[in-house]
Design a protein around this ligand. Structure first.
Ligand SMILES: Nc1ncnc2c1ncn2[C@@H]1O[C@H](COP(=O)(O)OP(=O)(O)OP(=O)(O)O)[C@@H](O)[C@H]1O
Length: 426
């Protein structure tokens, strides 16, 4: 038997009128003109989909593709221009966290205020209070007015209330990216609990790793239109193609006319570098370019677990250097170095390191890290006048998202092949 539909989105359209000047809006409101003084901007155009009970569905798409608009219409924060949404079940939305909070009230008073607004009795809130306080973990601050909270504390409390009110349908918009990593881990844990209880989850995220891990089905939006829906793997792949297509550049990784990151980022497709990376070193050798290339030959910040990928860096020698060493390391978001290697460990000799020479090193390997977010750093070191010297280091130069539909224990996957043989007792 097919599960029941808990959310039905039919021919949904949201159009905004964009006026050149505020006075044009006024003229039109007062009926002073018959001319159309606005441009139509479609945040959503004829979008259709259904969500079934117990499913975890992700919505992905580039910035401005209409993801938040859909969630806001589903939760009743926005009204559509055309089309309709039917919801069957109690929704808890982790969209605008704390929107219903009164800043003058204490945290505790706000818990009761919010609970009552959602339709719970005092006794029902009493029964959930411990879970809420434990989840928020803000100690005695719960008795202080919310206006004295740090933004982190505020979000923790709002999240704790929203997630502990026993929703049937949970709608989440990037809210899991708030707070510190430990709080995030707790949120994901709760999220998994929800999934196990068979609750319906609708989830918007830019974090393709989480989308792949948690979602049963993914809807891909592009410029307000539903491009496709399907398995996380198919949709993430399509999304990556879409990103590349939106900056149409040749992604041929054997292209010899590579450009320098600092001077020109064309040719890198959707590859993002960290604008705040930390750099240091004497710069007698300089890292002028780096990139990560996925198994389809595209520069990308996303790598699928188990796939073969390349890390490439280019160094210019500003002086003659003996035996330079080029290296990369992966850190997790908590800052622990997880793995890394360099040309010395790998016995890869760099032949030409005279003044003005340019050297490109490509490391090719399988991605065995667990799904999640990582930071990649680069380095070029070596000996100058007999002393070990750092020529150039780029810390946290870019992030890498490892997409995985199967995570094992710990930092990396042993890539075990398992054979099971059972014999029945007679
Ligand atoms: N109040 C508004 N007036 C005019 N245009 C708006 C308004 N709100 C949203 N838009 C436009 O609607 C489109 C969809 O916005 P929306 O916030 O839903 O996108 P999104 O996919 O959630 O983006 P992001 O990934 O950046 O959060 C965008 O082009 C945005 O500029």
């Amino acid at each position: 038997m097919e599960n029941k539909k808990v959310i039905q989105v039919k021919d949904l359209t949201k159009m905004y009128k964009l006026y050149d000047k505020p006075s044009d809006r006024l003229k039109e409101a007062l009926g002073l003109t018959r001319k159309k003084l606005y441009k139509e901007h479609y945040a959503l155009h004829d979008v259709n989909f259904d969500i079934y009970e117990g499913e975890c569905v992700g919505i992905i798409g580039t910035n401005g593709s209409g993801k938040s608009t859909i969630l806001k219409i589903i939760t009743g924060v926005l009204t559509p221009t055309a089309g309709e949404v039917k919801v069957d079940g109690r929704i808890s939305a982790l969209l605008e966290l704390g929107a219903g909070f009164n800043m003058e009230y204490s945290g505790l008073e706000n818990v009761y205020l919010n609970g009552t607004m959602i339709g719970f009795s005092k006794e029902e809130i009493d029964a959930r209070l411990n879970d809420i306080l434990e989840f928020a973990d803000i100690g005695d601050f719960i008795h202080q007015p919310v206006k004295t909270y740090s933004s982190g504390m505020f979000v923790r409390l709002a999240f704790a209330v929203a997630i502990n009110i026993d929703p049937e349908i949970l709608v989440v918009d990037e809210a899991l990216s708030v707070g510190d990593v430990f709080f995030q881990a707790k949120c994901y844990h709760k999220f998994e609990e929800f999934k196990k209880q068979g609750k319906t989850i609708l989830f918007v995220s830019h974090d393709l790793g989480s989308v792949s891990k948690y979602c049963d089905r993914v809807i891909l939006l592009n410029k307000g239109v539903k491009m496709d829906e399907g398995s996380p793997k198919q949709m993430v792949d399509l999304y990556k193609q879409l990103l590349v297509g939106q900056n149409p550049v040749k992604q041929n990784e054997s292209d010899s006319t590579e450009q320098i990151v600092a001077e020109d980022s064309e040719g890198l497709g959707d590859f993002q570098v960290n604008p705040n990376m930390l750099e240091y070193g004497s710069r007698i050798a300089e890292i002028t370019d780096f990139r990560v290339i996925d198994d389809k030959g595209r520069c990308s910040n996303t790598v699928e677990k188990g796939s073969c990928f390349k890390i490439r860096m280019k160094v210019r020698f500003n002086e003659e250097i003996q035996e330079p060493i080029m290296a990369y390391t992966f850190k997790n978001i908590q800052g622990t170095e997880i793995t890394g290697t360099n040309t010395m460990y790998e016995n890869a000799k760099i032949e030409h390191s005279g003044k003005g020479d340019i050297c490109t090193v490509t490391f090719t390997q399988n991605m065995n890290l667990q799904g999640g977010e990582y930071l990649l750093s680069f380095g070029c070191t070596g000996y100058k006048n007999g002393d070990f010297t750092v020529f150039h280091r780029l810390y946290d130069a870019c992030n890498i998202t490892v997409i995985s539909s199967k995570n094992t224990v710990g930092f990396y996957d042993m890539d075990s092949k398992v054979e099971v043989r059972c014999e029945e007792q007679v």
